[in-house]
Write a new protein. Structure first.
Lengths: 871, 116
């Protein structure tokens, strides 16, 4: 029977903890004396209770404050000793330390990079002084029960809001249409499309500081312009540009604009991207007055509320403003959405905010955390697996009077030291690879390696990670009972193997999921890249119709064709890789008034089919020489023909905004916008709308050398468009750009899958090395009894592979489902087959087997004499 | 008015005075538990050990008593006692307080016992 003694009661131990040591002995003595008296007077049970309360009552300032805090709470000598022992252990087991430090370094470096990225995402547009009062206007349209939201609004919305509502301080239209302007300053000419049009209070609403000029007046005059410092330098060199005049050329005309402000270059963590700002009045004047059409959504509208206004009530007030002004039954509400949410939370589903970029950010955070976790698992597994080696040490320490607490502290010191080593290295590595990574994710990330905050945060995290990784091994190892250990009992290698296997399952499960995503992304990219675009991208280029090109187009075209540089030339409204305009108000014979199909508009003059090498399914290409009436002809794609329900499309009439077009041909579907999505219904209108043309597509002669063709082309361009620099775009290059985002995703997934596999592989290496060490004698005996190398290899390998099999079985469904979810955002996508999982499983198994078998075969080959002679 | 007694800067609370007196009474046997028991026996008042300890330390801070480690007994699980002895200034303090009380006592009109 276990006999409790008053000296070991909780209350006394507690008392010992807070009581100054100099007073403790006499107090404890008094308490014990009292206890004896009470025990005689009331019995032992009551005496214990009294002892408890008597001891607890010492918890009073009169006692506690007599502690000398500075020295006694912290046993520095023991701590120094812990660190000494820890560093000795680490140095003695170099391979073990290396695996741990290297694994943790990889994991931590990955996590640092990811969390730097994540942290930066949250700083977007948070620097505006009044950010909490700035909103962007959105439309919410209900159409046949579907609610859709978008943030492009009519030009007239902002002025209307500013005039009509007292709680709105100011409102501006903002448009960055990407139209090319030619900037001329003296001899210096630059083509730029990186500017925006906006209203005068823009510089008030947002905190983009002006280096020169007055924020109130800078954008007030129509003929003024505000430049960023960088762009001003590009234009003017070292001359002071403020107050100077520059000329811009747009659609064939030249306008002088006065520079009324120089902006500090924009910070990179903003959704705004412009190098110059031109007042909207300028555009309004060009168009002969402000665009007042409420049906034309063409600009973004930013609104700043007065301080103290309530968003809800403002939203109520402005809700029906578009409906009222449009005078149409269209069910469109206007509402305001906070600027600070635009970066991460700007996805709407059925009219309700439903995440957005934040979903990616969450995935990244999970990824970063998982990397650290699987690195920590290595530490836990290797430490517990190797516990046998430390058992004697623990036993001797305990016998010499070590408390369990101090043993735990000692082992925690080891893990924190490991984490610290990894932490320091990984901050360094992260610092070095950051430029590469920034480039990869297209975010200028910074790690201020000299800042004490970085190191402070790093230190805290290192200690937390070290403690997390170390706490389980420390508790486990320190729990050994010295008597058993010193009597010579061996810990069985499998004591903790369930925990260990569980952790290995998690590690490899994570690796399996990453490998599955890497494979799926790779296959999806290949699949889409091999998609038949419906036209020939090779030898096809386009130029913007700048300056005199629109005037000289015909002559230019003729010379191109006659000189043999080009096979076919077509002018169009936009590059064939880009959407230009769309509409849902196309009319045709037999249209059901309920249908609401969005058609893409594309304008061209003639020969589009031979320029782009479309496949004509029916009818003919446009040819203005043979059929002058083709200026009002239209070629439709197959999807359009299907959408309009034409049996015989040729000769049908299509109306757009009052203009009638007759169908002369049907082309096979081709990819205009995104190769990942379905082909949209598309109408290729003739040249009747002559204002629409911006681009010349040229099909080069396939037999010529492209280099020489470009050289000849540049001469011709100089001849017909002397005022502008020569520029051109190859369609295949532009098309490839559509994959840039996905390729970044792919690269990131590949990198982090590799890191995860390396960390897990390292752990496996450590574990299998250790397992073989433990089973050395077993292997020897098996060999003596006649086991073959192959037999033994097979036996040992299968044992180690079991958790990996389980990981594959348990986690590949998760990988499968998440990739299914990912693929769902693409209309043109691969089918997920079980082959994908099989590939991933094979890859993981191959790596695991190669790690394990190298060790196992070496062990199985060893001469049993060497391993057995000691006994 | 009558003579004013200088109490010094320190002032003793009622419980402090009681404990100080007990230290004076118990002489070599003045340690925490003994004082608790003595108070109970002589004044009939039960007080908590921790309160006595804290008071003793406070009195020691004021220089009215001093302490030294004494012998251990079995009943104490081998822990030594902290024995307190009253110092001269402690005695002076007690004396002064007693005199002050006596003087004040004398000022009260003596009551006659009626009806006996």
């Amino acid at each position: 029977m276990k006999k409790s003694s008053p000296t070991s009661s909780f209350a006394l131990r507690f008392l010992a903890w807070f009581c100054p040591p100099s007073l403790y002995e006499s107090i404890e003595g008094d308490l014990l004396e009292q206890f004896q008296e009470d025990a005689q007077a009331f019995g032992e049970k009551q005496a214990y209770q009294k002892l408890f309360w008597n001891a607890i009552k010492f918890l009073r300032p009169g006692i506690i404050l007599r502690n000398k805090f500075s020295l006694n709470l912290f046993d520095q000598f023991m701590f120094l000793n812990y660190f000494k022992v820890a560093s000795r252990v680490m140095i003695r087991n170099k391979a073990f330390t290396l695996i741990n430090v290297f694994g943790l370094t990889l994991g931590l470096t990955g996590a640092i990079l990811l969390f730097l990225w994540i942290g930066r995402e949250f700083t977007y547009d948070q620097f505006h002084a009044d950010k909490d009062r700035i909103y962007k206007a959105w439309n919410r349209a209900t159409d046949n029960g579907n609610i859709s939201c978008w943030d492009v609004t009519p030009r007239v919305l902002a002025p209307t809001l500013q005039e009509g509502f007292s709680s709105i301080e100011s409102a501006v239209s903002y448009a960055s249409w990407g139209d090319q302007l030619l900037f001329t300053v003296g001899e210096n000419r630059l083509l730029k499309s990186s500017g925006a049009y906006t209203d005068s209070s823009f510089l008030h609403i947002f905190s983009f500081p002006l280096l020169k000029g007055d924020a109130h007046t800078a954008l007030r005059e129509p003929a003024s312009i505000v430049l960023t410092e960088h762009f001003a330098k590009e234009l003017f060199g070292d001359k002071d540009p403020f107050g100077e005049t520059l000329n811009i050329g747009a659609s064939g005309n030249t306008f002088p604009l006065k520079i009324t402000g120089i902006l500090k270059d924009l910070p990179t963590n903003t959704e705004f991207k412009f190098e110059y700002l031109i007042p909207f009045h300028f555009v309004d004047q060009l168009q002969g007055g402000m665009e007042r059409n409420w049906g034309n959504n063409s600009v973004a509208s930013y609104i700043k509320l007065k301080a103290g206004s309530n968003l809800e009530s403002v939203n109520q007030q402005i809700k029906d403003i578009a409906r009222k002004n449009r005078g149409q039954s269209k069910n469109i509400d206007i509402f305001l959405y906070p600027l600070t949410e635009m970066r991460l939370y700007s996805k709407f589903e059925n009219g309700i905010p439903s995440g957005g970029r934040i979903e990616i950010i969450r995935m990244l955070a999970i990824l970063g955390t998982c990397l650290v976790v699987i690195a920590c698992i290595n530490f836990i597994n290797l430490s517990t697996a190797r516990a046998q080696r430390r058992a004697k040490e623990v036993a001797v320490r305990k016998v010499s009077g070590a408390f369990r607490f101090s043993l735990v502290a000692q082992f925690l010191c080891e893990s924190i030291l490991t984490a610290a080593a990894a932490g320091i290295v990984s901050v360094g590595v992260a610092y070095l690879v950051l430029p590469l990574f920034s480039n990869l994710v297209q975010q200028p990330l910074k790690l201020d390696i000299a800042s004490p905050i970085v190191w402070g945060v790093g230190l805290v995290f290192t200690i937390i990670i070290g403690a997390l990784a170390g706490v389980y091994p420390a508790l486990y190892i320190s729990s050994f009972q010295p008597v058993k250990i010193l009597k010579g009992m061996k810990l069985s290698a499998s004591t903790r193997s369930i925990t260990r296997n569980f952790l290995v399952v998690i590690q490899f499960g994570f690796a399996v999921m990453l490998v599955i995503s890497a494979i799926v992304i790779q296959r999806q990219i290949n699949f889409v890249q091999n998609r038949d675009t419906g036209y020939s991208k090779d030898h096809l280029l386009y130029q913007y119709m700048t300056g005199d090109l629109s005037k000289n187009y015909l002559a230019y075209k003729n010379e191109l064709l006659q000189s043999g540089i080009a096979e076919s030339v077509t002018k169009t409204s936009a590059p064939i890789t880009e959407r230009w305009s769309n509409t849902s108000s196309i009319g045709w014979n037999g249209k059901d008034p309920q249908t609401n199909i969005l058609f893409e508009r594309f304008y061209m003059d003639e020969h589009i089919s031979s320029t782009a090498k479309f496949t004509l399914v029916e009818g003919r290409d446009m040819d203005l020489t043979r059929f002058p009436s083709d200026s009002t002809a239209v070629i439709i794609n197959e999807t359009s023909a299907k959408a309009m329900g034409f049996q015989q499309p040729i000769g049908e009439l299509i109306t757009d905004n009052g203009q009638e077009w007759h169908v002369v041909g049907v082309v096979k579907d081709f990819v205009l916008t995104s190769p990942f999505q379905k082909v949209e219904p598309l109408l290729l209108f003739g040249c009747k709308s002559d204002w629409a043309f911006n681009v010349i597509h040229i099909r080069l002669n396939a037999n010529d050398n492209a280099q020489q063709s470009i050289a000849k082309l540049s001469e011709l361009a100089k001849k017909y468009n002397p005022g502008y620099p020569f520029e051109y775009h190859f369609v295949d290059v532009e098309y490839e750009n559509k994959f840039a985002n996905l390729k970044t995703t792919q690269l990131i997934t590949n990198i982090f899958s590799a890191i995860a596999i390396i960390i897990a592989g390292l752990g496996l290496l450590g574990l299998s090395t250790y397992m073989i060490e433990v089973r050395e004698k077993e292997i020897g005996i098996r060999k003596v009894m006649g086991g073959s190398v192959a037999n033994i290899t097979q036996l040992l390998t299968t044992t180690s592979l079991k958790p990996i099999f389980i990981a594959i079985v348990l986690f590949s469904p998760f990988g499968w489902m998440s990739m299914k979810w990912w693929l769902n955002s693409y209309a043109y996508r691969i089918d997920l087959t079980f082959l994908t999982i099989a590939y991933a499983a094979a890859a993981i198994l191959f790596i695991s087997v190669s790690i394990i078998s190298v060790q196992v075969i070496r062990a199985a080959k060893a001469n049993p004499v060497d391993t057995l002679r000691n006994e | 008015m009558t003579k004013h007694i200088d109490m010094g800067k320190e002032y003793l609370g009622e419980f402090e005075e009681l404990v100080l007196t007990m230290v004076g009474i118990l002489q070599e046997e003045a340690y925490g538990n003994a004082i608790v028991n003595e108070i109970k026996e002589r004044v009939g008042r039960s007080c908590n050990l921790s309160a006595v300890h804290v008071t003793l330390y406070r009195l020691e801070d004021k220089g009215l008593i001093k302490s030294s480690m004494g012998g251990a007994t079995n009943a104490r699980g081998g822990r030594r006692k902290r024995i307190f002895t009253i110092t001269n200034s402690g005695l002076a303090m007690l004396r002064a307080m007693k005199e002050q009380q006596m003087q004040l006592w004398k000022l009260i009109p003596q009551l006659k016992i009626v009806g006996s």
